[in-house]
Design a protein around this ligand. Sequence first.
Ligand SMILES: Nc1ncnc2c1ncn2[C@@H]1O[C@H](COP(=O)(O)OP(=O)(O)OP(=O)(O)O)[C@@H](O)[C@H]1O
Length: 225
Amino acid sequence: MIVEARNIKKIYKNNRGLHEADFTIRKGRIVALAGGNGAGKSTLIRLLTKQEKPTSGEFIWHQDGLVRYMPDDVDFPSTLTAEEVLGLLASLKKVDRSLQDEILKQVGLYEVKKQKVSSFSKGMRQRLNLAQSLIGGNGLIIMDEPTNGLDPYWISRLKEIMMEERNRGATVLFSTHMLAFAEQLADDVLILHEGRIIAAGEVEQLLVESRCHHLEELWLQKIEL
Ligand SMILES: Nc1ncnc2c1ncn2[C@@H]1O[C@H](COP(=O)(O)OP(=O)(O)OP(=O)(O)O)[C@@H](O)[C@H]1O
């Protein structure tokens, strides 16, 4: 197990946010944090990445070391090259820079590594964002809407990269509002709706138990309750 969330709440002034989340993230799994707009996915990710503190409740961490993080949007210094951005992050994370070129190849930016980030398209910047999250260790990696800005080819490569990470022993937690994508890729899923967890567990088991063919059907069933 990587982390247990015990009765986590994050209530904002408008009384929205996250209400009573209890869950565990299992080691070596791909876990989808799925749900519609305003479900609470980003809030939960901000709590897990310690950018915000819960209003109440606690996380019990069972792993030490670096949590790697791919934010949903990132402003890289536009005067730096792709190679410089990764080098800088590798030194901040105090990790070996030797894997840098391999990671740049993985995300298809090796050939343009000496180009300034300001010349990059949205998809290329998102791939650089993916690259920086791959640096350092094989613990937990948290990805906030990682498909944002990626074309179908890179979405398919992203899936492969996430599976490779799991095969290396890492745990991958990603948020998405695309239930079909979650279903294709994830071992486990946490489905959030209006700040509450409405379904959690192994994808296949949840589908069998609910007699649904797809997560979308399960989601519709739960939100129509
Ligand atoms: N800083 C904040 N101040 C007030 N309300 C907030 C804040 N952050 C989030 N919320 C509210 O908390 C709820 C959950 O928002 P959150 O951004 O976590 O959802 P999400 O699932 O990531 O949605 P989306 O898919 O639209 O990004 C929403 O009702 C949102 O308006």
